[in-house]
Each structure stands twice: as structure tokens, then as C-alpha cells.
Design a protein around this ligand. Structure first.
Ligand SMILES: Nc1ncnc2c1ncn2[C@@H]1O[C@H](COP(=O)(O)OP(=O)(O)OP(=O)(O)O)[C@@H](O)[C@H]1O
Ligand SMILES: [Mg+2]
Length: 237
């Protein structure tokens, strides 16, 4: 059984086709990279997978069942977590309470949710920040909190949308370590990222899209050296 796949996935926004007949499969346990120039449809793919937008046509299959058409919360309950490209913390709440809120996805009591949240904060290296309001965090810690909130929902498949953007090289290196640790804990990861050394370091396989369509797929080096990929990023000159 294929762990996760999209079949001929298409999304139109009025006259604009943001995702166009896109089919790809992700194997359980891998880190799968989704790359492409600005506006190529990467975030839209995440919004379709997680039910934020209805699909126009095609199918999304997760662990043998179709999930398109389900509400976001059911998809989250089924084990798909995500981060947002523009991070969305509950700004006035503490770091801990932000994560507790997510932990209620699988906890039936406050005590259980707090225990889960503390475990996730430890895992993400945010424990020393737990009592700070989220709005006071540095961009690096905000990105970490975004990952912590997604992890606290108890995902089996985690979608990361540019969690390294705006980070210092040191923070990027820590981010790479964190994502490896997440995978090693048994979570499958789909990562959208523009920073090529992050993608090349982390991913088992990569799919590159442009105008919502596949232009190359395969091993990281193979895709990075693909002529169509280079042209999509840099132009033909
Ligand atoms: N809600 C929406 N309504 C209309 N058009 C949209 C909507 N969301 C995205 N689009 C359009 O769909 C296309 C793909 O956008 P998307 O945000 O998925 O790109 P992206 O690959 O994530 O880009 P970036 O790398 O800049 O984050 C763009 O042309 C965008 O303007
Ligand atoms: Mg995007």
C-alpha cells in the first residue's frame, strides 16, 4: 500500500491553475522535498492536503483511504500535521499554552495535554522559553514553536512549509538536526524549502514543480542538476 499519494491533483483559483494534474507518492519514513520557484504552487499543495482548500479535481490518498473532502480537523486527527509559511502562534499566550492547545488533538485531559506539550518542548529545545508569551520570541524560536505546535497534534505525516526561511546559518543547522530527529522518531516528512543546502542535506527524494506541474523528480543531486529545474529557478540565460 502506498503510504501517501496525490493523483492528478488540480486546483483552480478562478482562471489560475495553481496545481495542475500533479501526481506524486511519498513512502513511509522518508523526508520528501517539494521545491519550485516562488508562486509555483507548493503552499497550495499543502493547503489541499490538509483540507484548507477544496480540491478542484484528482485525489489525495493517505494510508489507503481518500482524505480530500474531509474537514481540516479530521485530517489532523488522522495524523497529518503542518506548519504555516507565515507562522501563526497564539501571540498573547505562552509558548507552553500554544503547544498545549495543539496537544488537545489527542489528549482528553489538561494534565495529559500539558505532559505531551512539555515533552514536545523538550524535543524541540524550547523548554527554557515555555513561560514567555509567543509574541516576544525571536524568528528562530517562532519557527521552532511552529514545528512544536504541529508535533503536539501527534502527526504521522508532517508537512513543513519553509521552516528555515529567515534563520541564521547556525539556526538552519539546528533546524536540519531537528527535522532529522523528527524523522528518526518515526514521522514521515514533506518539506517545502528554498534553501538548497537544507534540501540537499535532508531529503531522500525531491519533486520540483513549476506552474503547479511536475518538472523533475528523483534523487536530490539528480533533480538539482536537471536542466529544466535550473531554468525554472534561473531562467534560460
Ligand atoms: N487563495 C488564493 N486565491 C487565489 N490565488 C491563490 C491563492 N493561494 C495561492 N494563489 C496563487 O496560486 C499560485 C501558487 O501559490 P503558492 O502560494 O502555492 O506558491 P508557492 O510555491 O508556495 O510560492 P512561495 O515559494 O512564494 O511560497 C500563485 O500564483 C498564487 O498567487
Ligand atoms: Mg509558499
Amino acid at each position: 500500500m502506498t503510504y501517501f499519494e496525490t493523483q492528478h491533483l488540480t486546483k483552480n483559483f478562478g482562471g489560475l491553475t495553481a496545481v495542475n494534474d500533479l501526481s506524486f507518492a511519498v513512502h513511509q519514513g522518508e523526508i520528501f522535498g517539494l521545491i519550485g520557484p516562488n508562486g509555483s504552487g507548493k503552499t497550495t499543495v499543502f493547503n489541499l492536503i490538509t483540507g484548507f482548500y477544496p480540491i478542484t479535481s484528482g485525489a489525495i490518498v493517505y494510508r489507503g483511504g481518500t482524505i480530500h473532502g474531509l474537514p481540516t480537523w479530521k485530517i489532523c486527527k488522522q495524523g497529518i500535521g503542518r506548519t504555516f509559511q507565515v507562522v501563526k502562534p497564539l501571540r498573547r499566550m505562552t509558548v507552553l499554552d500554544n503547544v498545549v492547545t495543539s496537544a488537545f488533538n489527542r489528549s482528553s485531559s489538561k494534565a495529559e495535554a500539558v505532559a505531551k506539550a512539555l515533552e514536545v518542548l523538550d524535543f524541540c529545545g524550547l523548554r527554557t522559553r515555555q513561560d514567555q508569551p509567543a509574541k516576544g520570541l525571536t524568528i528562530g524560536d517562532r519557527k521552532r514553536l511552529e514545528i512544536a505546535r504541529a508535533l503536539a497534534t501527534g502527526p504521522d505525516l508532517l508537512l513543513l512549509d519553509e521552516t528555515m526561511a529567515g534563520l541564521t546559518p547556525q539556526e538552519q543547522a539546528e533546524g536540519v538536526e531537528l527535522i532529522r530527529k523528527i524523522r528518526d522518531s518515526g514521522i514521515t516528512v514533506i518539506i517545502v524549502e528554498h534553501i538548497m543546502h537544507v534540501i540537499m542535506n535532508l531529503c531522500d527524494r525531491i519533486l520540483c514543480i513549476n506552474y503547479g506541474q511536475e518538472i523533475a523528480a528523483g534523487a536530490p543531486l539528480e533533480v538539482a542538476n536537471n536542466q529544466a529545474v535550473i531554468e525554472a529557478y534561473l531562467g534560460k540565460e
